[in-house]
Design a protein around this ligand. Structure first.
Ligand code: ADP
Length: 492
């Protein structure tokens, strides 16, 4: 099959979160199964200069009643996957992928409408229609909308199956209805069955309504988003399309995220030889400015977007109790000002135990994985979560809330089996209870080694999940050919 990913971020070209890791790794796993896979991303200011190959193309986009020109650059092939970058400096050559100084770019609707149209036009000009277009989150949700409206009668895409993946339903791309003419969407789509959502245009909803199949990034999250607690208002449409919705767990690229290969860490290690982990712990504490690091004190790592979703109000509720315990917190993150403030305040108050870096730092994120003893993810909701899965491979024991992918990937440690510590109630007390349990286990070296090794032996590589995606792609293609055959028969 020819499979094309259209997404707003992807490693190594751009990244704010887990979506980028998925878009960086899943296409390669699909290519390894013999498929032709391409990725199309915007070219941002932060996108490192890639060697541009000659077979790029320029495309014309009709938006807001005028024309825009985008240059779609060929950024070369890696792991059997060719990447194209949509170069539209007016929209993408600026600070921040989606936000700047904590605020959304005011023209995000135009930026991602232009990106979506550029993908569609570029593929048309390339000559061979994809068998599958795989879109991700609200930023590329307009592709299925355009294919069902502007490009409805276009034979080129008549056999292309469209798969849409929800990486986080909390971000929906909500805009006032006045944007519709600006993004070339006909007002006839602004209905309850279409893009309308409580008086606003909901782009994510467009992806859910107009795609052939919908996936999300864990089995549990696929169930959760069909409920009012987790669906953020879209539970109804998802329940209606439940026969087209599937949860497929994200995998891990172990070439990048494994202590045996990691190029960012102080010493390599594996389950047979854990000495390197102590070296990583020492290096991490030193790098974070701990005065005379105490190596037998547990280090609890955090690497996260600082967003309410991630459970920081729970951490705020027990921060003082944590500092009364014999442990380090090492945190890296950036995001909402109130949480940056929380971490800065705690770091200023406890400079030897609460070690914080506010910012986005890929090398440090790897060093925290390797140098911590435990990894904390007390999320209110978590579609999949990648850091807890990375942590397993690094022997860094996850302490997580039992939700979404966290629940699917971490088994509670029970003395012999299990890989981490889980709590269910979204309360500071429940979180503290899980941390106390983990710290008590850390004080029993034999049990601790067992839980570490159990996690390190787990395999969450992409190959298994890639096979599940291929089945969804095949189903989407089948739907499309059946539809085409039915429409040919009715026209005959
Ligand atoms: P989400 O996509 O909700 O942010 P995930 O756990 O799925 O959460 O993925 C987060 C990814 O982003 C991980 O690869 C993590 O290491 C990375 N990440 C998050 N915050 C930072 C940061 N401040 N610096 C470097 N990497 C980060």
């Amino acid at each position: 099959m020819k499979i094309v990913f259209c997404a707003s971020e992807g490693v190594p070209f751009s990244k704010t979160g887990g979506l980028a890791d998925v878009v960086g790794a899943l296409p390669q796993a699909l290519a390894a199964n013999g498929h032709e896979v391409q990725v199309i991303l915007p070219r941002y200011k932060a996108t490192k200069p890639a060697k541009v190959h000659p077979n790029g193309r320029s495309v014309t986009l009709a938006l807001s009643g005028s024309f825009r020109y985008a240059n779609v650059q060929d950024a070369g092939e890696s792991g059997g996957v060719r990447t194209y970058l949509v170069d539209l400096p007016q929209y993408f050559d600026r600070e921040g992928l989606y936000t700047v100084n904590g605020k959304d770019h005011p023209d995000n609707h135009l930026r991602f409408a232009a990106f979506s149209l550029a993908c569609i036009e570029f593929l048309k000009r390339s000559g061979t229609a994809p068998d599958i277009l795989h879109c991700h989150d609200w930023q590329s949700a307009l592709l299925p909308v355009y294919l069902k409206s502007l490009y409805r009668g276009d034979d080129f895409y008549s056999k292309t199956g469209v798969v849409f993946t929800i990486h986080n339903i909390g971000y929906q791309g909500l805009f006032p209805p006045s944007i519709l003419p600006e993004i070339s969407v006909d007002s006839s789509l602004y209905t309850m069955e279409g893009l309308e959502f409580w008086g606003k245009v909901n782009l994510l909803k467009g992806g859910l309504v107009y795609s052939d199949y919908i996936t999300t990034v864990s089995r549990k999250y696929a169930e959760e988003i069909q409920t009012a607690e987790f669906g953020y208002g879209l539970e109804g449409i998802l329940a209606k399309r439940a026969d087209r919705l599937q949860g497929i767990l994200n995998g891990v690229d172990y070439d990048v995220w494994s202590p045996a290969n990691d190029k960012h860490i102080a010493a390599k290690y594996g389950p047979q030889d854990l000495a390197g982990k102590q070296a990583c712990k020492k290096a991490l504490l030193q790098a974070m400015g701990a005065a005379s690091p105490v190596l037998d004190r547990p280090v609890i790592g955090i690497v996260s977007r600082f967003a309410a979703q991630k459970g920081f109000d729970l951490i705020a509720g027990i921060a003082e109790q944590l500092m009364a315990m014999d442990l380090y917190i090492v945190a890296l993150g950036t995001g909402e000002p109130q949480f940056e403030e929380l971490f800065r305040t705690m770091a200023a108050k406890y400079p030897d135990k609460f070690l914080v870096r506010v910012g986005f730092d890929v090398a440090l994120s790897h060093q925290i994985e390797a140098g911590s003893d435990m990894f904390l993810m007390p999320s209110r909701y978590e579609p999949c979560g990648l850091n807890q899965i990375y942590s397993l491979k690094y022997g860094t024991v996850p302490v997580v809330r039992a939700t979404g992918g966290l629940d699917d990937t971490i088994e509670p440690f029970g003395g012999k089996t299990g890989t981490g510590f889980k709590f269910s109630d979204y309360t500071p007390e429940a979180l503290l209870g899980a941390i106390e349990q983990a710290v008590a286990c850390y004080r029993q070296p034999k049990a601790w080694r067992q839980v570490m090794i159990n996690g390190m032996k787990k395999d969450f590589s992409w190959s298994n999940s890639a096979k599940q995606y291929i089945k969804v792609y095949q189903a989407a293609r089948k739907t499309k050919s059946e539809l085409k055959a039915a429409s040919a028969a009715s026209n005959a």
